[in-house]
Design a protein around this ligand. Structure first.
Ligand code: HEC
Ligand code: HEC
Length: 344
């Protein structure tokens, strides 16, 4: 597939050097942070966290290592599963140590360097800070940073890797967070039929997909803005009249933010079920039915959404779902560079 990408960083040189040291890394492992020409400028730029192959690999080891949790049972990847675009397929809400359940649906992870805020309520605004939350959250990984660092620094593989990545002899919290940011920040997802369409590739879409895209542009893209399919804002999309989770209000304390949640990107949406902050919907049909017939009134429901819903015809619903299914990036879901390093 011919694509118009402007790699921000190409580390073939670093790669060849590290390849000599570690012959186990296969040749197709060269990593670059892809930035398609039709995406906006990224928010996270790596200016203060120089991206390297070894930094990325360190982040990858950490992401897949359950040693980050109190009883070594839960890794980041336990909840963020690659085949589900790093969301969680098994549970409507997150499932952490001691089989404790969180209140919120695990979001997918991709195109994170374009995000201005993280979590459903935007409680975190920096990609590097984000991992402190799950590591220390008592119902996710239940650990302390201090303990995690002690456990990591006992292992030769981490000492060796942090030396290669940052030229130091032990991992501190900054190196832990920066390397995780390098791994997660490299997760660009932009290889879909929709991207073919955006690049003007003839016949990228058939007529049903085009019709779905047109409905999407008219009814959905004000929030799920092209091409990232989110405008990074917070709104109430009419799920409830009374809020069991007050969402954005938890962070701002403002009544006008009650029941508002971050507008999620819809890339890879066919594989990131269940849907919404609490995982209440299991299928795209249920989601589209919500927008068609289920939008309920409340103090903060977005004024662009009609109470009662858009009243789509059967054909419109079908076309919308067909369009949403063009947003799956199979290359990303199977990209060996983002997979568990233990299984290579
Ligand atoms: C127990 C399940 C669980 C584990 C383990 C977990 N996460 Fe998450 N992650 C979640 C949930 C749930 C959210 C959303 C929380 C919220 O909005 O309140 C989230 C949110 C995130 C986000 C923000 C995504 C966005 O678009 O807002 C990032 C990034 C992230 N996690 C990375 C990590 C990393 C790195 C680790 C390991 C250090 C990790 N997670 C471990 C469940 C988990
Ligand atoms: C007014 C802004 C707005 C509009 C318009 C809008 N959405 Fe959403 N959408 C949201 C918000 C906010 C959420 C998350 C809500 C939550 O979880 O509480 C969401 C969630 C979703 C989800 C679930 C994503 C996930 O990862 O769980 C899908 C799918 C979706 N919208 C599709 C659509 C479609 C299709 C349309 C057009 C028919 C549409 N949206 C119109 C704001 C909007």
């Amino acid at each position: 597939m011919k694509r118009n990408l402007f790699p921000l960083f190409i580390f073939s040189l670093v790669f060849f050097v590290s390849c000599k040291k570690d012959p186990a890394i296969p040749v197709d492992q060269t990593i670059e942070v892809e930035q398609p020409s039709y995406f906006p400028s990224p928010v996270y730029t790596f200016d203060n966290n120089t991206f390297t192959q070894d930094g990325f690999e360190l982040g990858r080891m950490l992401f897949y290592d359950p040693v980050l949790s109190l009883d070594s049972t839960v890794s980041c990847a336990t909840c963020h599963q690659q085949f589900a675009a790093f969301s969680n397929f098994d549970h409507p809400t997150s499932h952490g140590i001691n089989s404790l359940f969180g209140k919120r649906n695990t979001p997918a992870l991709y195109n994170l360097i374009w995000k201005t805020n993280f979590m459903w309520d935007g409680g975190v605004n920096n990609l590097e800070i984000q991992p402190i939350n799950p590591i220390t959250n008592p119902i996710e990984m239940g650990e302390t940073l201090e303990n995690v660092l002690m456990k990591l620094n006992r292992q030769k593989k981490y000492i060796d890797k942090v030396k290669l990545a940052f030229g130091v002899d032990s991992i501190d919290s900054q190196k832990l967070l920066k390397s995780l940011a390098q791994f997660m920040g490299a997760m660009s997802s932009n290889n879909t039929r929709y991207d073919d369409y955006l690049q003007g590739k003839p016949d990228a879409f058939n007529s049903s997909e085009l019709s779905g895209l047109n409905i999407f542009k008219e009814k959905c893209a004000s929030c799920h803005a092209e091409p990232l399919l989110t405008n990074n804002g917070f709104v109430n999309n009419g799920l409830d009249s009374i809020f069991s989770d007050s969402g954005r209000q938890k962070i701002t304390q403002l009544a006008e933010d009650a029941g508002k949640f971050k507008i999620p990107s819809l890339r890879n949406i066919a594989v990131t079920l269940p849907y919404m902050h609490d995982g209440r919907f299991n299928t795209l049909e249920e989601v589209v039915d919500h927008y068609s017939n289920g939008i309920v009134s409340s103090t903060t429901v977005d004024s662009t959404l009609p109470i009662g819903g858009f009243q789509f015809s059967v054909q419109q619903k079908t076309d919308l779902i067909i369009f949403l299914n063009t947003l799956t990036d199979d290359d990303f879901l199977h990209d060996a560079r983002f997979s568990d390093p233990a299984f290579q």
